[in-house]
Unconditional design. Structure first.
Length: 163
């Protein structure tokens, strides 16, 4: 593991869902919206200014996390860090779904060997649905919602770092 200026090490899993200074300040960040059936992916530009939807992976019930497919995206896009959406309760606490995301984070830390941070993803899916309704559009596939939700919380994260 490589030590960083803030004293942490590359590959270290960071726990706070709201610390915008956690990840390297330059290079692509891959956001991961972990769901029970689908995993939405979004990617930042190298300057960490703009988030864009990337893809949706499918999870099969009773099967392991699709690490091989995710690793292909990591190898292709070479992010400097991973940002996982943390599904907190409306009160801001962590329950079963958030713990499941943290388990995925532990797996990614081991397999991807990249810094990992968590970001509060509350309401990201609702924001996607609302924005689409307001623009008069419709969402095609359910997978589109997952990657757009990842895009929403990644953009929120990126914006918070510029404040």
């Amino acid at each position: 593991m490589t030590e960083r200026r803030d004293g942490s090490t590359a590959g270290q899993q960071r726990g706070s869902p709201h610390d915008p200074a956690e990840l390297p300040p330059r290079g692509r960040v891959l956001a991961i919206d972990v769901g029970d059936k689908r995993i939405g992916l979004a990617l930042s530009d190298p300057t960490q200014t703009l988030a864009q939807p990337l893809a949706t992976l499918t999870r099969r019930v009773g099967k392991r996390f699709p690490m091989g497919k995710l690793k292909q995206f990591i190898d292709t896009h070479r992010p400097v860090a991973l940002l996982l959406g943390l599904p907190l309760t409306p009160e801001g606490s962590e329950e079963e779904r958030a713990l499941a995301v943290r388990q995925v984070g532990a797996l990614l830390l081991e397999k991807a060997e990249l810094p990992i941070a968590y970001w509060d993803e509350r309401m990201s899916t609702a924001r996607v649905h609302s924005a689409v309704r307001e623009s008069g559009g419709t969402l095609g596939r359910k997978g589109d919602v997952d990657q757009l939700a990842a895009t929403v919380f990644l953009q929120t994260y990126l914006d918070s770092r510029r404040c």
